[in-house]
Ligand binder design. Structure first.
Ligand SMILES: *Cc1c(COP(=O)(O)O)cnc(C)c1O
Length: 348
């Protein structure tokens, strides 16, 4: 339990005092009875999308809440997790004053969003086995450190962070710990969203872009205390999740069995791919993965990357990331795609 946390010390003054935009759909919400809607200057001729979407995405949140076992007051949805992460910066970090901590090698957006918002980003490299370096993190924390980003399972390394390490950070940091769980549905670990009641300083983000197979519709998810969700709601664009996305996502969440089958298929493919990659002579190491991709060490990443491109296979070269010299990241694809990758690798 973190008892040193006080949300009022963290939220930006302008955010605390602003009056949120009130949309037509905020001011009157249908209670099911038939009404004549002449309040939003919409075109009345039905085409499926002529009305504004629900700004609070009530149906979708309801469904998602049931699937994930989380109450809707603890959920905020965004136009991809990238929008959710941006809202977190804008709610809590004063430009030119505050700072955040991220742990490279990790997802590049934390840094980019810090730069866009004019927030100082402090980097603390992961340890040799890709775990957060707790003493070094706390050396970098000062009174203006608002956020620490933990990506678990981490991109591009693929591993999950140890529970005891995450607990240490959650228990001792006065700011907000953001745990990015973009890959949690592939993971053996349980989601940290189950711990919201114990940690008022915890934000968990997820996405439908990876395991749920919906990168194209842009739906990001944020789980946090009701207090934090209320603050983020004050600054989110009123109609940030469009009608088509809400409908598509809702349907997908009605077919969880299908999602789960795809996940187990991908995990099977990952384990098969692992075994075959071990036989490729220029691959010296395959890192433990708790996600739908594999990080591998090769003899010369730039060369192998180029050669694979020539064979028509596009992967990610991570050699310029700290601790990732001569590594490549392979997304686990469908069986034929993985076979194409293996054939290409073996022909080099
Ligand atoms: C892919 C990915 C995301 C997804 O972002 P969306 O905007 O929801 O598509 C978020 N975090 C990490 C670490 C990722 O790898």
């Amino acid at each position: 339990m973190n008892t040193i946390f006080n949300i009022n010390n963290l939220v930006r003054a302008n955010v605390a005092k602003l009056k949120p935009y009130s949309s037509a759909r905020d001011e009157y919400t249908s209670n099911g009875s038939k009404m004549v809607f002449l309040d939003a200057n919409e075109n009345p001729f039905e085409n499926g999308v002529n009305r504004y979407p629900d700004p609070q995405q009530r149906n979708l949140k309801q469904r998602l809440g049931e699937v994930k076992g989380i109450s809707t007051e603890n959920i905020l949805l965004g136009n991809g997790s990238d929008e959710v992460l941006d809202l977190i910066y804008r709610a809590f970090c004063e430009p030119g004053e505050d700072n955040i901590i991220s742990l490279p090698p990790t997802y590049g957006m934390y840094q980019v969003l810090a730069d866009i918002n004019n927030i100082e980003s402090r980097e603390v490299f992961l340890t040799e086995n890709f775990q957060p370096n707790v003493p070094e993190i706390f050396k970098k924390v000062d009174k203006n450190t608002k956020l620490i980003f933990l990506c678990s399972p981490n991109n591009p390394t693929g591993n999950s962070f140890q529970k005891d390490i995450i607990f240490k950070i959650l228990n001792n940091f006065k700011g907000i710990v953001v745990i990015d769980e973009a890959y949690i549905d592939f993971s053996k670990e349980e989601s940290w969203s189950k711990m919201l009641k114990d940690f008022p300083n915890l934000i968990v983000t997820q996405t439908l872009s990876k395991a749920y197979g919906m990168a194209g519709i842009r739906l990001g998810i944020c789980y946090a205390s009701e207090e934090i969700i209320r603050i983020l709601n004050r600054i989110k664009p009123p109609y940030n999740v469009n009608e088509l996305t809400q409908r598509k996502a809702y349907k997908r969440l009605e077919n969880i069995n299908e999602v789960n089958l795809e996940i187990s298929d991908i995990l099977n493919e990952r384990d098969k791919l692992c075994k075959v990659l071990l036989q490729v002579k220029f691959i010296s190491k395959i890192y433990e993965s708790d996600a739908n991709f594999l990080l591998v060490k090769v003899d010369d990443a730039n060369l192998r990357y180029k050669q694979l491109l020539e064979k028509g296979v596009v992967i990610r070269n991570r050699t310029n990331q700290p601790l990732c010299e001569n590594t490549l990241r392979f997304t686990v694809g469908a069986r034929e795609e993985n076979t194409a990758l293996i054939d290409a690798l073996k022909s080099l």
